[in-house]
Design a protein around this ligand. Sequence first.
Ligand code: ATP
Length: 248
Amino acid sequence: TTTDNVLEINNIEVIYNKVVQALRGLSIAVPRGQIVALLGSNGAGKSTTLKAASGLLELEDGVLESGAIRFNGKDIGSTAPQQLVRQGLSHVMEGRRVFEDLTVEENLIASTYALTGRTSAKAPDFDLVYTYFPRLHERRKGLAGYLSGGEQQMLAIGRALIAQPELILLDEPSLGLSPRLVEDIFTIIARINAEHGTSMLLVEQNATVALAVAHSGYIMENGKIVINGSAEKLSNDPDVREFYLGMG
Ligand code: ATP
């Protein structure tokens, strides 16, 4: 009866700075090998959900007050971020965080070091990244700070991918990109999922593109889930169409 979920978030509450309650009993499951979209308006708590799962809340004075988060069946509510990366959970944060003063290739190497914790472990599998992002291969010797917004987003995803994670948490990959680039990025996201079986929890403002690649989705408001179901069900739901897909 139990589905095989790579990630399970059960009834969690998160509070920032002891006063701001960002999550109010939120539950989400990511079935192994699937893409799950997490949608909702600004401030609903989407980024907070990802930070709770990847161990990044503490950096922002956020606390997981109650509930449980399981990765591969194991409680990770108090596991450090770097530990989670080594266990196969990578987080691509909003706003394409890359090391601007390092080259593209050095950014990928830095990710690999973070993964192994040593400088001389096995060589990074650059080809894994360059196969999906040939543009990064062309720019591999260039500083990341000089890449375009779209290229930086590719590098941010590439940095996660090189760790060969089981689960990627992706925060707004479409942010600030042209429609053409959004389409390119989402095509690649779908390919990575299909070709490596990488599970993904995908936060997006752009519900239409997210539901086009996702297997299922959740819509949140005010720190909890208000609607969930298969991507097909959500795409056809009249309320979802009116309020989140702009197709009223
Ligand atoms: P957006 O799409 O705008 O990023 P979101 O759905 O990702 O929105 P969150 O960023 O998770 O929402 O924010 C949820 C709530 O928590 C908001 O009310 C926000 O103001 C608050 N919040 C987020 N980060 C912090 C923080 N570091 N300190 C205090 N409050 C925060």
